[in-house]
Ligand binder design. Structure first.
Ligand SMILES: *Cc1c(COP(=O)(O)O)cnc(C)c1O
Length: 386
């Protein structure tokens, strides 16, 4: 769509998208951060040769630190968060022909993880306030083959885990709690990932704890931990996190609480700055005693309030120097051969069409930078709103 031709030019000529000056000409901050403690970890791993060995102290130390941090007895690191979800389902003995409840809007790998063990996703709508599985819609979705629930905390939202745990216990289901976007988050009084029978973490290249690749499961169940280990042990560990990866995650874990607090503060400040911009609704959910993690900060973009579509809005924001993108595509268009739909997926479809996500690195920037990000939103809004 040649938006240039459809808009009165005085209104948009100053936008960076059309050659005006960018609000943040330096662009978004890069990730990962050049942490001194990470550099020291690299140097130490180089000096003692652990960077090149199969076995060393770092993976064991990380697993032990993750267990302490989550106050659970068992953790197991692995090659990715995507695989960790599949591993969790295997360790819970979810089998071919079983059904697994999943939100209609979630990380695409979670759908595949269920399929890859021969089980079948049962799609349930999301709560639009949290972008996460709607606990009130779960019970009616349970059928005779349903064995488990995969639930993610997404985009600064928090799923209602107390209610999901109660339903799961009453109906004999197990829960995989995907905390890849919320490491260190607080969910109704507990560390994110510890309401589930298994919690899942990611150390992927964009995540809050990063080693480029990597993941982990956390669990209080010894049988689950044993089965996960046994599955990975295929003569050698077939899906490992490396010593070097573990070495650089360890110092980041030390910084996680401080950084989560800083991100939360900036996220709240930015949401407050932008309140009242019509056509942009923040995703905010605060169940009692919860504090989200901000891998992404999300808004719903309502096209009716704008002269442009979501893609054009995103392009305008990116040109201003803000790292903002579209959300997940969700599963509402997946055929009935691949999944069962339990009820309408209206909120999931809306989330797939409308979600815009601010990437987290800027949430560690100064107050002044957050104000400039807000200014970029206001500038684009003023030029392109209806
Ligand atoms: C990133 C992510 C994962 C897994 O990520 P990997 O890059 O495979 O480690 C899983 N679930 C959610 C919700 C995620 O955001």
């Amino acid at each position: 769509m040649p938006a240039e031709e459809q808009l009165p030019d005085a209104r948009f000529r100053h936008l960076a998208l059309f050659g005006g000056e960018a609000t943040l000409p330096e662009g978004p901050p890069s990730w990962p951060l050049p942490d001194e403690s990470v550099r020291r970890a690299f140097e130490a791993a180089f000096a003692d040769g652990s960077w090149g060995r199969y076995h060393g102290p770092h993976v064991e130390r990380l697993e032990s630190r993750l267990a302490d941090y989550h106050a659970v007895p068992f953790t197991l690191t692995c090659c990715s968060g995507t695989f960790a979800v599949e591993l969790a389902l295997r360790a819970l003995k979810v089998s071919p022909g079983d059904e697994v409840i999943l939100a209609g809007y979630d990380f695409s790998g979670n759908f595949r993880g269920i399929e890859s063990i021969g089980a079948r996703p049962v799609l349930v709508d999301i709560d639009p306030c949290s972008s996460s599985l709607d606990d009130t819609m779960v019970e009616q979705a349970i059928g005779p083959q349903t064995q488990a629930i995969v639930v993610s905390h997404l985009h600064g939202g928090v799923a209602r885990m107390r209610s999901l745990r109660e339903i799961a216990d009453r109906r004999g289901l197990q829960i995989v709690e995907d905390a890849c976007q919320t490491p260190g988050g607080r969910v109704e009084g507990r560390r994110a990932g510890t309401w589930g029978d298994v919690g899942v973490l990611s150390f992927g290249g964009s995540k809050l704890l990063t080693a480029g690749r990597g993941g982990a499961i956390v669990t209080a169940r010894e049988d689950v931990h044993q089965r996960a280990k046994a599955y990975c042990e295929q003569g050698n560990n077939a899906f490992p996190l490396s010593e070097l990866q573990a070495a650089v995650i360890l110092p980041q874990l030390e910084l996680l609480d401080t950084r989560n607090a800083a991100r939360r503060k900036n996220a709240a400040f930015l949401v407050t700055c932008l309140r009242g911009l019509d056509g942009l609704t923040p995703i905010e959910s605060a169940p009692h005693d919860s504090a989200a993690g901000y891998f992404k900060l999300a808004w719903l973009f309502d096209e009716d309030n704008w002269t442009v579509n979501r893609e054009r809005f995103l392009a305008a924001m990116q040109a201003e120097g803000v790292a903002i993108d579209a959300g997940f595509r969700g599963f509402t268009r997946r055929g009935s051969g691949r999944c069962r739909r339990a009820g309408e997926l209206t909120n999931s479809a809306r989330a797939a069409e409308r979600t815009v996500l601010l990437h987290h690195p800027v949430l560690l920037a100064s107050h002044a930078t957050i104000e400039r990000v807000a200014a970029a939103f206001r500038k684009v809004h003023q030029a392109l709103r209806n």
